[in-house]
Design a protein around this ligand. Structure first.
Ligand code: SAM
Length: 237
């Protein structure tokens, strides 16, 4: 397995691999109307921390999807330990293996930025019920970056673009989300936040490169703390 940032997250089994971690997820979900009758989809579910929380807390129908098999296996272990009946699906957000208008709630926690955003958002819109909600926590570019910095960040995270808040809003709107509410994620100290929220489920053979990549992520987080931020996008059709 190539030691990319996302592959390393999977081998290290980082749970809550988004800014603010599970604490932020819980705060966001508190504002939503979720009950047993709802169907939720966690795209890019990683090790399944959020999916497990939703199934446990709201006893609703949850589907956890990811393109990475190591992540899905760690989700499966988590759900089995917690005796949670959650559908685990291998797939790509750009081509969701679901029928139209299926879900009431779709979560994307640090996922869309790693995908072909237009294709993914169009797919999310397709499988969301008309009265459904997409909640996305995504990285935004807060200011103009030098070409060198932009390339360095894009190469490291293997993302094809770095979007500003307005870029995201434009893409959500262009793909059918008429209403987009935005909230800035306020993190007092990103590194501390990661320390507080990170949970690890280590694979057996982890190449040394992964620890180096994790360190480099922390270094970038610190170096670009004023240039890269995060937003919660709450999108309705
Ligand atoms: C930064 S991690 C976040 C994981 C999880 N949402 C969390 O907060 O812990 C990004 C996740 O998105 C998944 N992912 C990336 N691109 C994807 C795609 N095109 N389709 C499905 N999953 C994808 C990765 O495998 C990884 O599990």
């Amino acid at each position: 397995m190539k030691p990319t940032y996302l592959n390393c997250l999977s081998l290290l089994g980082v749970g809550g691999a988004h800014p603010g971690g599970l604490k932020l997820t819980k705060d966001i979900l508190l504002k939503e109307d979720i009950d047993k009758t709802k169907k939720a989809l966690d795209i890019g579910c990683g090790t399944g921390q959020t999916s497990a929380f939703i199934a446990n807390q709201y006893e609703c129908d949850v589907t956890a999807l990811d393109s990475n098999y190591v992540m899905l296996e760690k989700s499966r272990e988590r759900f089995s330990e917690l005796s949670l009946s959650i559908d685990i699906v291998h797939g790509y957000v750009e081509n969701l293996p679901f029928e139209n208008l299926l879900f009431d709630l779709i979560l994307s926690e640090s996922v869309l930025a790693f995908t072909n955003t237009s294709k993914s958002i169009s797919e999310v819109k397709r499988v969301l019920k008309p009265c459904g909600v997409l909640l996305a926590i995504e990285m935004v570019c807060e200011r103009e970056l030098s070409n060198e910095a932009r390339t360095e960040i894009q190469d490291f995270y293997e993302v094809s673009h770095l979007l500003s808040e307005n870029d995201w809003i434009t893409i959500f709107r262009a793909n059918g989300f008429g209403q987009v509410n935005v909230e800035k994620v306020k993190l007092k100290n990103e590194l501390n936040d990661l320390d507080n929220t990170a949970e690890f489920s280590l694979s057996e053979n982890i190449p040394d490169d992964c620890f180096y990549i994790l360190k480099k992520h922390e270094y970038f987080t610190d170096l670009y703390r004023d240039s890269l931020g995060f937003r919660i996008f709450r999108c309705n059709i």
